[in-house]
Design a protein around this ligand. Structure first.
Ligand code: ATP
Ligand code: MG
Length: 563
């Protein structure tokens, strides 16, 4: 966490906590947790929850636990556990020694289930899933009581123990809470507390258990066992709160955390459903969980996002109870502002066009002095080699200027090379198809670093020395989906039909100034006049790969205004 991370702006959850502190509800304590299920990588929505929970602990002098909610071993694994820990740390937060697994509590949860059975508040039910669904009723009609609801405590204790001992097959029996089949809240119509799952190897407990507690039973008890004060979750759990409270009111624990719900983060042009992100990975529609187009923390890290920019984003979007869909531009502005202030400037030519400076000596090399940042002198300077043959970008040359706004190089015109000389284009060389393949230019040796009197050269373009340049691959990314709400597009298809075919464009022959050869994976730069780029960890190409993090300006906002 950087020094200048101020505490987050206030929100309704902070008001609740302020009141609780005033009334000494939890002895002034603030204890939160972040409870991911290790069944996928974390995404930008999780970042919101992480910043919220760990941010509250930080600002109120409390604690925030990392707890893996691992009650569904079928889809969970240790790869995800490791990835989640790495992402939380990378975002700048620490759980210190408070790393927990809900599976740590399996023995205690089993005891609490027995306590409910003994109190006549839970029973073993033999209905299958379909029968249970049919008897659950609807929002308008009450459900029907299970014929097994009146089993004696002794019978329930015996059957539950035999469930644990593996005597029954998957789905043959469940343990249910005995609450109210006529409750207007469907979650209170005798919800399942335990189910049978044979043949799965749990990543923490191995083959020790063949019954697994349900989320709604596990979560409140895990919170209570850890002494959580404020159990913060997303709005879809609002209807589960009465069950959360019922569980804690009916077992012997002395801690009763308060569940508070907030609206989940949804973002335009992407998805934040783990199930759907998993499908993108499994179907090979992206190049893994850390594909730089993915809204995952791992993807954003690889793309070049910084932890500070993501924390800044989470502060800006705030925490409320109303549904909102955040524009991608808000996130992009956060990273753009961070990199504008902090990324060193470098020159890179993405679409090379060779330029021969005919009046420059063939063997001569000059080291031109260039600032690493236009405003921040303390970021230092570097030397950029210059010689007779250089590359400029194809987009910086046109034979004839299309309009007065075109300040780049034209046939017969002049332009300044960034941190270098003014050159004039004397000759344009084309191939048989008429494409421009090379320019012959001449330079003016009196123009280094100073404006010659009476000469107006408005354009400044970037360049690299052909002899010294490093060849690199550059990957240009665009939004992963073409539809602002790919999940809810109303044309009968599904989100996969809206994948942007141009979301990745690979430029295989780019030239970088030599200083970029020293960049390590994850280092970020502004490629002058092009955008912000980050070195990819991929070394398999025998040359560096750079990812476009974000463009210099918000080109989407402009396009959307034009329509
Ligand atoms: P999904 O429904 O996509 O599988 P999840 O909510 O089941 O996601 P968990 O691993 O259980 O994923 O999430 C851990 C925590 O992160 C939970 O407290 C959850 O409420 C929160 N969270 C998940 N998605 C979002 C989101 N889009 N915005 C804010 N918080 C989120
Ligand atoms: Mg969940």
């Amino acid at each position: 966490m950087s020094e200048n991370d101020v505490s987050a702006p206030s929100n309704f959850i902070r008001h609740i906590i302020d009141d609780d502190i005033k009334s000494n509800k939890y002895g002034g304590k603030v204890a939160t947790r972040f409870p991911p299920e290790p069944n996928g990588y974390l995404h930008i929505g999780h970042a919101k929850s992480i910043c919220l929970n760990f941010g509250l602990a930080r600002d109120y002098g409390g604690t925030c636990n990392l707890r893996f909610d691992d009650t569904n071993p079928h889809k969970e694994n240790v790869e995800f556990v490791g990835a989640i820990k790495k992402d939380v740390e990378w975002l700048g937060f620490s759980w210190d020694d408070r790393l927990y697994f809900a599976s740590d509590y399996f023995p205690k949860l089993y005891e609490f289930a027995i306590e409910l059975i003994k109190a006549g508040k839970a029973y073993v039910c033999d209905l299958n899933a379909e029968q249970m669904r049919e008897m659950r009723g609807t929002l308008k009609e009450p459900g029907q009581e299970s014929p097994y609801r009146s089993r004696s405590v002794e019978e329930n204790l015996d059957l539950f123990e035999r469930m644990k001992n593996g005597e029954f097959g998957d789905g043959a029996k469940v343990l249910r809470a005995k609450i109210d089949m006529a409750s207007p809240n469907m979650n209170l119509r005798d919800p399942s507390l335990y189910r049978i799952r044979h043949g799965v190897i749990h990543h923490q407990t191995g083959a020790q258990w063949c019954i697994y507690p349900m989320y709604d039973f596990t979560h409140p008890i895990s919170d209570a066992l850890e002494g959580i004060t404020h159990s913060i979750c997303t709005l879809e759990f609002e209807d589960h709160r009465p069950l959360y409270d019922w569980i804690l009111d009916n077992i012997s624990v002395d801690c009763h955390p308060q569940q508070i719900e907030f609206s989940r983060l949804e973002m335009q042009y992407t998805i934040t459903s783990k199930r759907k992100l998993t499908a993108l990975v499994d179907d090979g529609l992206v190049d893994g969980w850390d594909d730089p187009r993915m809204p995952t923390i791992a993807g954003m890290r690889r793309r070049g996002y910084t932890p500070a920019s993501i924390r800044d984003f989470c502060n800006r979007i705030g925490v409320t109870k109303s549904r909102n869909e955040v524009e991608m531009g808000v996130l992009e502005n956060c990273i753009r502002e961070d990199l504008n202030a902090n990324a060193p400037r470098r020159m890179a030519v993405l679409h090379p066009l060779k330029v021969v400076i005919t009046n420059y000596p063939a063997e001569k090399v000059e080291e031109l002095n260039a600032a690493n940042h236009p405003q921040q002198e303390e970021m230092g300077r570097r030397l950029v080699p210059f010689c007779r043959e250089i590359y400029i970008d194809q987009n910086d040359f046109l034979e004839v200027a299309p309009n007065k706004k075109f300040k780049r190089l034209v046939s017969g015109g002049e332009v300044r090379l960034r941190s270098g000389y003014i050159i004039r284009c004397d000759e344009v060389i084309k191939n048989e198809q008429g494409d421009v393949i090379e320019l012959r230019c001449s330079y003016d040796e009196n123009t280094l670093g100073k404006a010659p009197e009476g000469r107006k050269v408005k354009g400044v373009i970037h360049w690299v020395s052909a002899r010294h340049a490093i060849e690199a691959e550059v990957r240009l990314y665009d939004r992963l989906f073409t539809h602002p709400t790919p999940d809810a597009a109303k044309d009968g298809g599904d989100y996969r039909d809206h994948i942007n075919p141009a979301s990745l464009r690979t430029l295989t022959r780019c030239y970088l100034e030599p200083a970029l050869g020293e960049a390590s994976a994850g280092d970020s730069f502004q490629f002058e006049r092009e955008g912000y780029f980050s070195r990819d960890p991929d070394e398999s190409h025998g040359r560096p790969v750079f990812n476009l993090t974000v463009s210099l300006r918000d080109s989407w906002a402009k396009m959307e205004k034009k329509g």
